[in-house]
Write a protein that binds this ligand. Structure first.
Ligand code: ADP
Ligand code: X2W
Length: 261
């Protein structure tokens, strides 16, 4: 059988997106990454700040934003607008032919509004097994374009929905895993999953489900790292070749960070 072509799917966290210097360094190293690649970005920090300036309180539950109608307007402006276009312009400046997309663009990611159970998350979009329009994304890649996805998706009936960027990255990786040998790389502002959050040198180099469960019970893994690791294990279970969590400055370093297996 012919070897599958490699595809890197990189997610960049909100703490990097909002820092000019860090984002400049990251976009430069993403532009230099060999082969086919897709970038997914957050921007939660900028959205919370702008919402605050507009008198809209940011409400997060389990690392997910409660997205009422006013919040949806803010996150669409920030993620699909300012953050996405700024990243695309920086990549273009580094000779990387990036194309910025929300899930509505080219119907690339179609989600369903999260059903109301104990918590009403508002206009939050959940993935379904058919959310990712793999053929469309593949044809963009074949044109030698590099898609840059924001955290905005749609339901196919005219409704925009806010979707966690870690989940988008993992769903893209799973959706494309039957066509490419996919590496999923979560980049953020720490050196990896840490055994002591205060010590940047305490990187756990490898983590499996058993170790994750134990560290979570001990409270060593908490907050936004929980949905990130849940998404990472989902990806590994569904055919993604490699999942790594690392510092944005270490994108080019194959040995850096935490490997999920
Ligand atoms: N054991 C851990 N190792 C590293 N980060 C952790 C750990 N436990 C909790 N965290 C927190 O998780 C955060 C990453 O989640 P999040 O902010 O959602 O990521 P992103 O920047 O990609 O959006 C880190 O900034 C850190 O504060
Ligand atoms: C529904 C939901 O929670 N959406 C996220 C999307 C952005 C995101 O994931 O940004 P980070 O990667 O910077 O956290 C939010 O609005 O915060």
């Amino acid at each position: 059988m012919k070897d599958m072509e490699k595809l890197s799917i990189v997610k960049i966290g909100g703490n990097i997106v909002e820092q000019e210097e860090a984002l400049n360094r990251f976009t430069k190293s993403f532009a230099h990454l060999e082969g086919r690649k897709i970038l997914v970005h957050g921007g939660g920090k900028i959205a919370s700040k702008l919402a605050g300036d507009l008198g809209i309180e940011a409400k997060m539950v389990n690392g997910r934003r409660i997205t009422d109608l006013e919040t949806l307007k803010v996150v669409t402006m920030v993620y699909a607008g300012l953050a996405n276009k700024n990243i695309v312009a920086l990549l273009q400046a580094n000779h990387c032919d990036a194309i910025g997309l929300s899930g509505a663009d080219g119907d690339t990611i179609r989600t369903v509004k999260r059903p109301v159970k104990t918590i009403d998350y508002g206009f939050a979009g959940d993935m379904t097994p058919t959310s990712i329009h793999t053929k469309r994304i593949q044809s963009l890649l074949e044109l030698n374009l590099f898609p840059v996805f924001s955290a905005i998706t749609h339901n196919g009936e005219g409704q925009l929905l806010n979707t966690n960027a870690d989940t988008i990255a993992s769903a893209l990786a799973i959706g494309l895993a039957s066509s490419y040998a996919v590496s999923l790389i979560y980049c953020f502002e720490k050196k990896g999953v840490l055994s002591d959050i205060a010590d940047d040198h305490s990187v756990i180099t490898e983590i499996d489900q058993t170790k994750y469960t134990a560290l979570r019970e001990q409270g060593i893994i908490a907050d936004g790292m929980i949905p990130k690791l849940d998404n990472a294990f989902d990806a590994i279970a569904q055919g993604v070749k490699k999942v790594i969590i690392k510092h944005a400055d270490d994108l080019a370093d194959e040995h850096a960070g935490t490997t999920i297996f």
